[in-house]
Every structure is written in C-alpha cells, then in structure tokens.
Write a protein that binds this ligand. Structure first.
Ligand SMILES: Cc1cc2nc3c(=O)[nH]c(=O)nc-3n(C[C@H](O)[C@H](O)[C@H](O)COP(=O)(O)OP(=O)(O)OC[C@H]3O[C@@H](n4cnc5c(N)ncnc54)[C@H](O)[C@@H]3O)c2cc1C
Length: 374
C-alpha cells in the first residue's frame, strides 16, 4: 500500500481547522499542532468581554475535534522550521517530521513601541489568559470606589468599535450610568472604521453616540502613563481600564534557511499559497502575506483565512494526484459590525443589512464556522 504523506499543520485557528474540515483524510497522515488545547472563536471575543457570550461559545476543544476527524493533535508551540531536513521543532523539544507543512499560526495584537510605555498595558484580547485578566479587571472596576470611572479603548477599527459598544451595553444592563463609568474610543484617523463605506461609518458613529461612548478622532496616542492616555495634540484622557486594538502582527517563527517576510512578520505566499521559495510549505490566514492581481494586500480576516484554507485543501489533494494547483481568488462576502443589543450593521453579498436582521446574519455566519466542531 502507498504510504500516506505526512501533512503537518501549525495553528488550529480559523485557517487550520477549516483546512482539516475540508481535506479528504485518505490522502494524508495529518497532525495539528496548536500552542493551546482550544480553538478561539475570535470573531465573538467582544461579546465575551461584554457578557453577551460565554466561554463555551468561544473556546472549542481541539483534541476532541481532531479525534473526530482522524487527525493527531499535539499541544505545543512551534518555534523553528528546519526546512533543510523537513522538521518542525517545538517549545517542549518535540521534533516533527513533515512532507508538507502548512503554517496557519495567525497573528497577535500589535503594541507598537512608538507609544511610550505601551507594554505596561499590553493585554492581548487574542490570548485566553489576558481575556480572563480583563474580566477580573472589569469586575474590580465595578467594585471600586473610584468616582468617575472610564474604560478606554484605543483603536476604532471593527474590533475596538465592537468592544466599546458591548461594554456600553453591559454597563447599561448593570444599571451603571455613563457618568459613573464612561467609555472612550480613541481612533487616530478622522472617523471610526477607517476605510469603510460612508453609510457604515455614519451608522457606527450614531450607535456609539446613542450608547454614550465618547469618541476621540484624528489624533494618535503617544504615551500611556499613570492612568492617562496622551494624544498627539497634547491632550490627555484619564482611564481606569484600557484595551488596545490597533492592529495585528505575527509572532516570529524562525526558518533554518533565509526567508523573506512582510513588515508584520507574515510569510510571503504566491498565488497558490505556497511560501515563496519553498515547494512543500504553505501559509494561510493572518500569517500569510498575499498580494492580489490588483496589487492590494489581503487584510487579516476570518473570511479570508477560511477561503484560503478551502483552496489549499483542494491544492494539497491536487498535488498528491499530480494535478495542477488552483490560484487563490479572494471573494469579499461583506462586513458586518456588531452594535450590541442584538443589533448589527453592514453588507453581505452586496445587500445592506441593519438592526436585528444584520445581527442574526452575523450569528449565522458564526454558527456556520462553529458547526465544524459538532
Ligand atoms: C474581536 C475580533 C473580532 C473579529 N471580527 C471579525 C469579523 O467579524 N470578520 C472577520 O472576517 N474577521 C474578524 N476578526 C479577525 C479574525 O478573527 C482573524 O482574521 C482570524 O482569527 C484569522 O484566522 P487564523 O487561522 O489565520 O489565525 P487565528 O485564528 O489567530 O489562529 C491561529 C492559531 O495558531 C495558534 N498558534 C500561534 N502560534 C503558534 C505556534 N508557534 N505554534 C503552534 N500554534 C500556534 C494560535 O494559538 C491559534 O490557535 C476579528 C478578530 C477579533 C480579535
């Protein structure tokens, strides 16, 4: 009998688990390596912080998932790819051999050193322990005697907006007024959701204003110190608790050979999702730097991670069958922004959605992802 090829997948996030779900198992002997025992549904993190979702909605057991799929699971952190001998070295000393390697290790929150003292406040919402710490901080804040409490969110992109609105809704449900505890949302560009459509921006501004969120636009943060956020116009915003959501960067994952990476430590992939210069190594999701035919770089989103995983599943099968591989083509299906209180706004498949219908559509998209664990 022909021996199955060893396929090693690093990272059990959106890209990694979608790839496993899409692959035909008979072609490969698959091992998934993830640094934690669970998959995190990151697109629901804001709802966990806001108390609208629970841990069981966010964390999914990877060992159980792999067992159902007939895949081996290793809970460890990959630290070095020795491409010369086709092995991955892990933090706990494991050496894992591969015929094909898929890097799907995602990204972490960005805490740029240009913001003075930022590292004292660098709780990453993508890390389970930090999410727990933020919840503890929120609970302590509720109990504290401080008079004018303020939760500050730095970064007015999708993540920051959704977190601010969920916290506002949570405080309201707890009967805490905006004077007792305010929420500040700070964005360096002139509007929230920079780069989005005018309608989406206006509707989001309106939702924030109605929720009593203080919006600060047009100045960047220069320093965070002694519970004050300093802005480039020399003003400052006092805070009791701060969350920073100003972008993402990939953690360094070393290669034995020289390798070209983006300025966010992403692996540069070609149209077939192959890491440039390495025939049997692929990268998908946030960790992959992919340039479209039009010259734009794909943003780190779950929808891109899942689409890339599906294309790569077909390509890996084609490779073992000596068939040509497909070029990856990203299809933007839309953007939905949660506005808390069972409301959302955005577009999907070219149609605008608002309020309740947008909210349920967003939950459906999420359920379509999590059903792969059932
Ligand atoms: C609050 C929030 C809301 C969002 N909302 C949306 C949305 O509405 N729509 C959308 O499309 N996108 C959204 N995103 C972005 C989306 O979540 C990411 O783009 C997506 O998670 C990327 O998937 P991935 O598989 O590339 O990486 P991840 O999901 O980050 O998974 C990477 C996995 O690799 C593991 N890992 C990392 N390094 C190693 C290592 N060295 N060894 C072993 N394992 C490792 C990690 O533990 C993790 O399990 C949101 C993100 C956040 C934080």
């Amino acid at each position: 009998m022909k021996q199955k090829k060893k396929l090693l997948i690093l990272g059990g996030g959106y890209a990694g688990v979608t790839l496993i779900h899409a692959l035909k198992m008979k072609d490969f002997d698959i091992t998934l390596v993830n640094q934690t025992p669970f998959h995190i549904v990151q697109t629901e993190i804001h709802r966990l912080l806001g108390g609208a979702a629970h841990e069981e909605d966010i964390y999914f057991d990877l060992e159980e998932f792999c067992e159902k799929k007939g895949v081996s699971f290793i809970c460890d952190k990959a630290i070095l790819i020795n491409d010369k001998v086709q092995k991955v070295i892990c933090e706990h000393g494991r050496e894992l051999k591969y015929d094909y390697l898929v890097i799907a290790t995602g990204a972490l929150s960005l805490f740029p050193h240009q913001i003075e003292n930022i590292h004292a406040y660098s709780k990453d919402i993508k890390v389970a322990q930090h999410l727990k710490n933020l919840e503890n901080e929120f609970q302590s804040l509720l109990k504290s005697q401080e008079k004018e409490k303020n939760i500050a969110i730095i970064g007015g992109g999708l993540t920051g907006v959704e977190i601010a609105l969920e916290y506002a809704s949570r405080l309201k449900k707890l009967g805490i007024s905006a004077t007792q505890c305010s929420i500040s949302l700070i964005e360096q560009f002139e509007t929230l959701l920079p780069g989005s459509s005018k309608e989406l921006i206006l509707e989001t501004h309106d939702a924030c204003d109605k929720a009593g969120i203080k919006r600060y636009h047009g100045n960047f943060v220069t320093k965070i110190e002694n519970n004050n956020i300093y802005l480039s116009n020399n003003s400052s915003i006092p805070f009791s608790m701060v969350i920073i959501t100003i972008g993402v960067i990939c953690e360094e994952l070393h290669f034995q050979s020289e390798i070209q990476k983006s300025n966010k430590n992403q692996f540069i992939v070609d149209k077939h999702l192959q890491v440039k210069g390495f025939e049997n190594i692929f990268a998908i999701g946030d960790v992959a730097y992919f340039e479209t035919d039009e010259g734009s770089v794909l943003l780190p989103t779950a929808q891109n991670a899942k689409q890339q995983a599906k294309t790569l599943a077909k390509n890996l099968e084609n490779i073992v069958k000596n068939k040509p591989t497909l070029e990856y083509k990203y299809k933007h299906k839309g953007t939905l922004v949660d506005l808390a209180k069972n409301e959302a706004v955005g577009d999907a498949f070219g149609v605008q959605f608002h309020g309740n219908s947008a909210y349920y559509l967003k939950r459906t998209v999420n359920a379509m992802h999590t059903r792969i664990f059932k």
